[in-house]
Design a protein around this ligand. Sequence first.
Ligand code: MOS
Length: 740
Amino acid sequence: MVGRPVSRLEGKLKVTGAARYAAEYDVPDLLYGYVVNSTITKGKITRIDVSAAKALNGVLEVITHENRPDVASVDLKYTDMDAPPGVVFKPLLDAEVKYNGQPLALVIAEDFETARYAATLVIIEYQEEPFETCLDHNLEKARKPEKGLATMLKPPPPPPTGNFEQAFKDSPVKVDSEFRHGTEHHNPIELFATTTVYEGEGKLTIYDKTQGTVNNQLFVANVFGLHYKDVRVLSPFVGGAFGAGLRPQYQLYLCVMASLFLKRNVRVVLERKQMYPFPHRPQSYQRLRFAADANGRLTALNHLAISEASQFEDYVETVAQWSHKLYPAPNTLFEYKLASLDLFTPLDMRAPGGVTALHAIECTMDELAYEASIDPLEFRLRNYAETDPVTGKPFTSKALRECYMRAAKQFGWEKRSPAPGSMTRGNKFVGYGMATGIWDAYQFPSRVEAMITQDGKLVLNNAVTDIGTGTLTVMTQVAADELGMPMENVTFNYGDSKKPFSMFQGGSSMTASTGVGIVVAVKALKKKLLKKAKDIDGSPFKNVSGEDVAFRDGSIFLRRSPSVSVSFQEIVAANGGRPVKTTNMGAPHVLKLRKYAKATHSAAFVEVEVDKELKMITVTRAITAVAAGTIINPKTARSQITGSMVWGISKALHEETILDEKLGKYMNQNLAEYHIPVHADINELDVIFADERDDLINELGVKGVGEIGLVAMPAAVANAVFHATGKRIRELPIHFDKLL
Ligand code: MOS
């Protein structure tokens, strides 16, 4: 089944409404919480009057900082696996207001409408304080991030090499450019929601919108001082998350608090506008100075990146060093800094750091190619890294050249005339732009329970979520192949913290992580099945070894005499009817991989049309070629890439959360004013998967496709806009007013 375009197994459940999301579980005697958010950005609550709200018929309680129950620890640093350095913010602790929209009270009522109405009756008076929310005004105060667990996955830039300043000065071809990105919010269609079932003293079953069931189990147990085993988090269906579900969100905290306080079942659903005082892609400033010699070989790379952090946590991304993972250069200087602002902590959003960096890097490369009078694709080929330029190590695999060549050919790059504005179609300028993409190839440990049940079928258990990526389908394909069984006889149970460990779904890591877990567990299961088969009276396998047998269609048979077989059902029956099962850990081969560099790569080619008078921009077609190792399911993988490409177009041309720095508040907190592309904005998209075989990276040879399709797109669009118009717009999104 691996390599086949299998349709999503849960597709029918989703489109018919049978799939249940966190706010859709039928729970008896349910109470509904509605959050009251702050209307100021910074200061203190001087008075909070809940009497009118509480007097309303149907309202049970209003929880504020004045009457909240105790939490186990107010200053815990590592409440969850994704907590950045700092003290994790928890609502309702005290009278301090640290950001606009901060949750200040939870009204709990017998129905949602009553709770929402009662929330309007809560009177809060504040003493306001001055605040800073604009990154651009605070670049001066940027400093190095605090160190912490997060910096292990997101290492700081490597130390400088050579002498950047001298080399930059001496190089004949150079570019010095600044890039600015505004805030972006994840905006998944499913609203963040939690339903808690109070199971008795200190015991909770929680339906939560999250990318990580185990992560949120850990958070709830840590923060509320509950036993780990008494907290169960379920999240089988997730209606998009894009990183917003990597960390527990405030509705979970408030819902659990209410449930423990009232000893009742509670549901808290956020409204769209309540998902803006939320984690987000940070505002960023970048300055890049790249130089090359007369032959178009890079001599010097400097990348300074500054992002926003909150006042309480140092969220970090990998931004500054990506150029040197793509292109060799003898002189490098990479810097990454943070400026703390009075906003909530940012969080990973699809290709965090990477898409921010690659936009700047690949636009700068385009500028440099023009400075050197070299075709932009040729310029990248001249600077192609055969080995990792940072460490000198070989890549486990790298089919980027194939990506460039196949995508360029299909796109028709050779038809491009280099001068800006030289290609037209009627009243439109036509622009061709290209860019390179790179992303890591992560793998996390993942434990999988595999068992053969009485009916001879395979059941697998793992805590991983499927955030819409196709994980259920892909895992079922992997397991089916590993055991030689049709997919319909394989059941993969997931999205439940009670199942064996999985990290949250993120970082394009899950196919490798849980996929390898499945391979390891099913291999162990096969050994166990053979052993059990040998134990059967008169077993034909008494003296055979593992190599002598094969597994197919629910049976073990002798390779040289396939008619000799024992079915899984017979083995389970001989096992007293008890399932034959095993639990195993799949993990990255850390020691072996130390000798290698690893990355996924992509190349994006984009055509834009720009209206000559109005400067309206349309992406008329785009092709992305991706090198990500083995593609388990070309249908779901393609869908990951096209989804990313749409987002790349969105980032380049549409999407932005507008911050009013005088109010310290996001102003377009709804999907009408937070612009994302609609179907009419998206034309022809195509995806090519390079034939990349990687026997080193992991048992499956997979590297992940969740983020690699996004990283190259914004620069490819911006470069196409330059080619069409001759204008370098280095601030995203490129709205037509900037071109006018
Ligand atoms: Mo993500 S930003 O890989 O959830």
